[in-house]
Design a protein around this ligand. Sequence first.
Ligand code: AMP
Length: 462
Amino acid sequence: MLSKDFNDECAVFGIWGDPEASHMTYLGLYALQHRGQESSGIVTLQNHEHTERKGRGLVGDVFSEDDLNDLKGAAAIGHCRYSTTGKALLSNIHPLTARLLSGPLALAHNGNLVNNLSLRQFLKKKGAIFQGSSDTENILHLLAQDPDTNLASCLKRAFLKIQGAYSLVILSHEQLIVARDPHGIRPLVLGKRHWGKNGEFSWVVASETCAFDLIGAEYEREVLPGEMIVIDEKGLKSEIFVDELPEKKQCVFEHVYFSRPDSKVFGLSVYESRKLMGAALAQECPAEADLVIPVPDSGIPSSLGYSKASGIPFELGIIRNHYIGRTFIQPTQSIRSFGVKIKLNPQKEVLGGKRLVVVDDSLVRGTTSKKIIALLRQAGAKEVHFRVACPPTTGPCYYGVDTPVKEDLIASQKTHDEICKYIGADSLGYLSEKALLNAVKPAGTFCAACFNGEYIAFSEMA
Ligand code: AMP
């Protein structure tokens, strides 16, 4: 059963064997903030016991210097969470913690479990008392109901019962365990941070490599689909936890929009793949124009690709204010297009009298592009040819990206011409699915269900 639940868009981080584990986790989460801004948490391990700090808000606001100093120990995990549903319960903030037969445990998850509701019912019938609405809690209850004291064995049995997307970091009283679902839907990377004069290093895991860059860690490799890695005092042990690996179904939207362009995701530079998408878009959807303008920031790499392939000069025609908080006080008298202008300001000097190709990474509801195009025309643009560096988004994501319900996806409700008219463009062009998948081809096979409706066929629950 497909169920959209409350764990969309998250970041995970883990570290083992580091004298500054809590500070490194804080910095890792800081670099991964784009994956979730609602809440954040860190759990550390010292003398077989956990210390935790969690709160609502941005990483920089949740943790104080005192918190990080109180979070003692050489191992830690952390999480940033984004929720779409208003269910911002404190009990949903990761890492989730529990005391099990095998000892204390903390767990952080990126991705969505598609059998969340049926599993929850099944576990409740067996007496499980749920604390929040996070799909991740199912994993804790599966572990709690397993009489084995070997955590890795319990986890492997739990993985056979959960279905969907999961990149997990788990801190027990003696191990850091990381795992990625057999389809490899969400990313997870492994690295090393060398901190000692005598070759000492810590193991690090993160959703994206941009977290490694900030803490000076080296990228080793991806955690493989279906792989579980156990890290403890003895070192690192890896195993594939399924008998037969299904086809990889990595999320293509990570490359389209979600990941940071300075990350390597699924072994591939996001910046490079986005430039390729833009170049292919120029081939597939050319336009007679004077300038190529990105919608900042997400449209910048694909605009560069479009500009280079088409020979049309690139200009920053819209400047973004980077200091927008969640709320701002509105003026009492109305200002034209105030809502969008607070974030994006078009430059009249650049745009006046020009025919523009405007490139964005995706068109989801269509409301943002409609406002942007209106702003560009107010600023004097002569023509606006809107180009989207991915195919029409026609289906919601059940695996951890916050796409709206189908009815709110403009491409599932309107024809190409109707969308063009609705957003007020002179022409509209989308990248084909074939060209998109071609741009990310070196990374293997992908889930593109939000574009083609081909959702992953999960096997029956074990
Ligand atoms: P709209 O078409 O009005 O929904 O806005 C599309 C814009 O939202 C694009 O510029 C994307 O960069 C951005 N976007 C796409 N997907 C998401 C998402 N899942 N969460 C937040 N923003 C997104």
